[in-house]
Design a protein around this ligand. Sequence first.
Ligand code: ATP
Length: 618
Amino acid sequence: MRDIYRNATANIANNFFVFRLAWSMHPQRVIADFVIQAGRQFSNVFFAVYFMKYLIESISNQRDFQQILYFIIMTLAMLLALSLLDNWYMHRFRPLSDIRLYEKLYLLLFRKAASVELKCFEDHEFYNKYTKAIQEADQRISAVLDNLSRIIFSSLAAISIFTVMYSIDPWVLLFAFLPIIGNFYFGKKLNGLQFHQNEESIPYRRKMDYVNRVIYLSNYAKEIRLSRIFSVLRDTYKEGYEGVVSVIHKYRVRAGVISFFKLFLTFTLIFQGVLLYGAYLAMVKQSIPISSFIVLGTAMVSGAWALIRLSDSIVEVNKNGIYIENLKGFLSYDSEIEENAASDRPCTPPLQHIAFRQLHFTYDGAKTASLQDITLEVHKNEKIALVGHNGAGKSTLIKLMMRLYDPTKGEIVLNGRNIKAFDLASYRSLFGTVFQDFKIFSMTIAENVLMREVENDADRQLVIESLKKSKVYDKVAALPNGIDTILTKEFDDEGVVLSGGEYQKIAIARMFARPAEILILDEPTSALDPIAEYEIFESMLEACKDKAVVIISHRMSSAMLADRIYYMEDGMIREAGSHQELMQSKGKYAELFLKQAEKYVDQEELSEAVKPYEVQQT
Ligand SMILES: Nc1ncnc2c1ncn2[C@@H]1O[C@H](COP(=O)(O)OP(=O)(O)OP(=O)(O)O)[C@@H](O)[C@H]1O
């Protein structure tokens, strides 16, 4: 019982949470909803009770016909005004205000999604909550507004109507209230059932959504056409579909039985019961006049509907409350890493050094640590390379450096202070980073380079300079719209599709466009031929003489350009030193380097890159 009470209170609170949200985003919409609902309920009550009562009494008391006509005309005028207002609300105001409300709501959700830590997107439960919040948000906000206004005005309507009915015969109220309790009970049960059905089908729906998304996205199109992965996707979709069907089957019989009782109690008992009792009073017992019987009939229809709406709305409060829990949970999630925190503790560049101290890191849910006992330093102006086989922990180290995750043990310090002490946005502004899984957006090349809007000529110049440094400006300049060319054909037929390597160069240009203190290239050069990669790294080292640079590359010819190289294996730093030091120590780095050098020489590729090493060896 206490649980039911606690749930009901939580659900009511959730409804008010959404109400306040809607009010803060679009108060006019809230007011309009309430005014329209008041008008609707007023006309119901007026017609059902007062209009009929007045007419019947006028006929029995033989009132002046002109007076009756005047009353009817005034009533019609009032109804016309109300229905015009309703029409304007439904067809003009509401569709537009829906869009405005949803736009604000989704911006809020998108902002939140963009600000939670990266690990949230790897957390199943959080991701479920997020998708549910996004899917449900717009429907729920409208439903809550409609519902709350309905509760208030249906209650007022029901009270007015039942007062009139009570004055005719107090017992008639029993016919109305008893079935309502049943209706309320079964309605609540039905909603609970629907909620469970929905929850259980979510994992299956996510499978279906995934296939929908993958089939539709252009960057999967090639693989789907050139392989037999389609059959696996089809099976995944089928699995999802069959899962949803099995959930529907599981609840089908129970839902049918509950719906039957809900309908039977509402319609049969409410409508027929009072009419029968009224007829008994008027004809058998003769305790009420026939005019009262007529008023009882019309009042009963309207009063019962008002009550049904009220009980449905109360059940709906619960239903909305349960769904809103996801939305509220998502919006009120407190990030451990405050992504959008205010800049009250700004970082103070210029950077002197950034250091990892005995740092350990394990991803949530992972059994083994991805980084163990990492100690390294990057100084101002220093060029660092991280090398090692796949899965060694190189990218993870970069993610921790950028504070996309916090270490499990140990610390990262910037100029001697733990990076947690700095405002996150200003700390991250120290970095210009290009990841191996960078994304190109369906926007102009200039926006893709700046990663924001182009504001002035200085911005345009910056884009051009950055594209020159990443060795792709000649290609861009040859396009009809130059740096204003839209990338991809997602929205624009004139959009261009570039090669993988050209996209990588655009992504690298982002790094040059940022006024960063530390530049990080997490292997964004895999689609470049070895010479192009070597040239870009050289150009970067030239352009970034006064900056710290961290390079992750599987190509040793690029790594050897760094002042210091860290060789990583199994999440640990196994070797560290300059290229020459590491070659002389003849460890794993030297082994890897020589293997690659042999390969390049055999293939007569990258002879330019190997030359410097050959010179040093002789
Ligand atoms: N989001 C994640 N959740 C759980 N484990 C992860 C996650 N990302 C990486 N890992 C694990 O952490 C380890 C290190 O991965 P990381 O991406 O840092 O390696 P890497 O050295 O950059 O590899 P590569 O050269 O292939 O890019 C791997 O074993 C990987 O499986």
